[in-house]
Design a protein around this ligand. Structure first.
Ligand SMILES: [Zn+2]
Length: 84
């Protein structure tokens, strides 16, 4: 099987998007994956909503238990000591 560049790009893109969505938090209201740097708010009901949806909730429900910053990568960067 020969991959032409556009097939390869599509394959890589699909793989990248697939791996991004599998271990990422998603807003339970709009099903959107918040962008890196956005806050995802976890409500008392354990539902996670993005900032946009939080504002649309009734005021009584606008008190998230915690808010988590969405990181650019689900995998944490290694912090290693520098060689002297
Ligand atoms: Zn949302």
């Amino acid at each position: 099987m020969v991959l032409v560049p556009s097939d390869l790009a599509r394959l890589l893109l699909r793989k990248g998007v697939g791996s991004m969505t599998s271990d990422r938090a998603v807003c339970s209201k709009c099903n959107r994956t918040p962008l890196a740097g956005e806050l995802l708010h976890v409500l008392e009901s354990e539902r996670a909503v993005c900032s946009l949806c939080l504002r649309e909730l009734p005021e009584a429900e606008q008190n998230p238990v915690r808010s988590e910053r969405v990181h650019a990568s689900a995998r944490h960067l290694a912090v290693v000591p520098r060689a002297a």
